[in-house]
Design a protein around this ligand. Structure first.
Ligand code: GLN
Length: 486
């Protein structure tokens, strides 16, 4: 679909042809899926059913349908009634939810068509999609490389031209990091902006659902459809959704506002990537923004705090998968007692990284270590939030690279968890502070896309997307596509 989502939906409405974009989308999936493995399911009978229902709604003509006939992919930790929702895990290999996540109800209302569920790191734990129990996803720019993670499938389907937009989830960077690796735009909204009802929990105080698309306007449009208070999610916010999200083109430009760049970035990048990042800073300056370096403490500590808090919450959330209440048991075995059953289920159905996180989390929450690890991490979290909020009093946004480097090779970091965790250094702060942040393409390094991150005040998604829109108007980076796209 070589047009923006608004125009695309309008064409569907004008023509009354519900499958105008869905048909080429399915053809593109069939052409490349064998090589890329972005999807865990794509139920064609269900697509036909959805199209029939959309046709009826188009004939009625009474609804606005801002995403009429737009093909969409959802990360496989977002529940869809009657469709498998595996979370990339054998544990949920046979799980078919009896209800929809709120985000999917809202997208359906807007007229979107679900064409597939995206591959992901098991239970959203990872930065490369290599932790999926159902095979790795390949980066559409270079199939020897990872698409990032954990929403690697969601970023790859947009980058490869399967669909113009997808939803991912972001607990420590899982929308923004794969968006950067695949050369697309991705946004983690403010905590509470989007309902988490029907999202399989990883770390509940950090998880947020958000959109990935090809540019700022499309990202805004999808966010507009999924945002808002939901009585089914007690942590969702009553903050009104601003009208500008529905039509970002109309939002007034923020040029000449101030953008902060943390000094520590200079120490965390290799020389050539730092040079590239400084070019992005210059591009912002040429657009009229005042970009200034600032001291922003606790960025390095944020990574340690994240890798204490996220596993702690995960160990608690994943306790429900015992083969009795939730989770698939290994078949064909007789168990002497409940403990044997639980042990067999958890040891055989969870993958390595998930088990590592559960053990880490259980350890840091245990009586003797709680104060030393979990409580300390929470103190870092508070200090970090204060530092960010105070910087954002004087600046419209904080600009950093999204990742320390471009997409790495398949297998390169899989046996070195700490090296893998380090790729999240720039992204975890947004989750620990609850602040919104987006990643957008900023050029290429040796043929691979790079991304930069803009992080802003609570509920400032419109400002962030406007900055992104203005940057994209003046530069061409977001228009680069991998060969498979066309
Ligand atoms: N890479 C991070 C992790 O492994 C972030 C994951 C996420 O945002 N879901 O925990």
């Amino acid at each position: 679909m070589s047009t923006d989502l608004k125009t695309a939906a309008q064409r569907v409405k004008d023509s009354g042809q519900a499958d105008l974009w869905v048909k080429p989308s399915l053809e593109q999936i069939d052409r490349h899926e064998g090589r890329l493995n972005c999807l865990l399911s794509s139920d064609r009978n269900d697509v036909t059913r959805q199209l029939e229902s959309l046709e009826r709604r188009l004939k009625d003509g009474g609804e606005s349908l801002p995403l009429a006939g737009v093909p969409i992919v959802l990360k496989d930790n977002i529940c869809v009634e009657g469709q498998p929702t595996t979370c990339g895990s054998k544990m949920l290999g046979n799980f078919v939810p009896p209800y929809n996540a709120t985000v999917w109800n809202k997208l359906q209302e807007a007229g979107a068509i679900l064409v597939g569920k995206a591959n992901m790191d098991e239970f959203a734990m990872g930065s490369s999609t290599e932790n999926s129990a159902f095979g790795i996803t390949r980066n559409p720019w270079d199939t020897e490389r990872v698409p990032g993670g954990s929403s690697g499938g969601s970023a790859a389907v947009v980058s490869a031209g399967y669909v113009p937009a997808a939803l991912g989830s972001d607990t420590g960077g899982s929308i923004r990091q794969p968006a950067a690796f695949c050369g697309v735009t991705g946004l983690k909204p403010t905590y509470g902006r989007v309902s988490r009802f029907g999202l399989v929990a990883f770390a509940s105080s950090l998880d947020q659902i958000g959109p990935l698309a090809l540019n700022a306007e499309d990202t805004a449009l999808v966010l507009n459809c999924i945002a808002g208070y939901d009585p089914l999610d007690a942590t969702s916010s009553e903050e009104p959704v601003p009208a500008d999200l529905a039509d970002l083109a109309k939002a007034p430009s923020l040029e000449s506002s101030k953008i902060a760049v943390p000094k520590i970035v200079n120490e965390l990048l290799s020389a050539d990537l730092l040079e590239h990042f400084h070019k992005t800073i210059e591009e912002f300056r040429e657009l009229g923004f005042q970009v200034e370096e600032v001291d922003l403490p606790y960025m390095e500590e944020s990574l340690s705090a994240y890798y204490v808090i996220a596993p702690a919450e995960a160990s608690s959330n994943l306790a429900r998968y015992d083969g009795v209440r939730y989770g698939q048991r290994p078949g064909g075995l007789d168990y002497e007692n409940i403990s044997e059953l639980t042990t067999a289920t958890r040891s055989q159905m969870f993958g390595k990284e998930v088990k590592r996180r559960i053990m880490l989390g259980t350890y840091t929450l245990s009586a003797g270590y709680y104060d030393a690890y979990y409580n300390r991490a929470q103190k870092v979290r508070t200090a970090l939030r204060n530092a960010y909020v105070s910087t954002l009093r004087d600046y419209q946004a904080i600009l950093t690279p999204t990742t320390p480097g471009p997409a790495f090779k398949v297998g390169e970091k899989v046996d070195d968890p700490v090296a893998m965790y380090l790729s999240d250094i720039f992204t975890v702060s947004a989750n620990l502070t609850g602040l919104p942040a987006l990643s957008m393409p900023s050029g290429a390094h040796q043929g691979l896309p790079l991304g930069v991150q803009l992080l802003g005040k609570p509920f400032s998604e419109v400002s962030l997307l406007t900055l992104c829109r203005d940057y994209q108007k003046a530069t061409q980076h977001h228009l680069s596509r991998p060969a498979v796209y066309s």
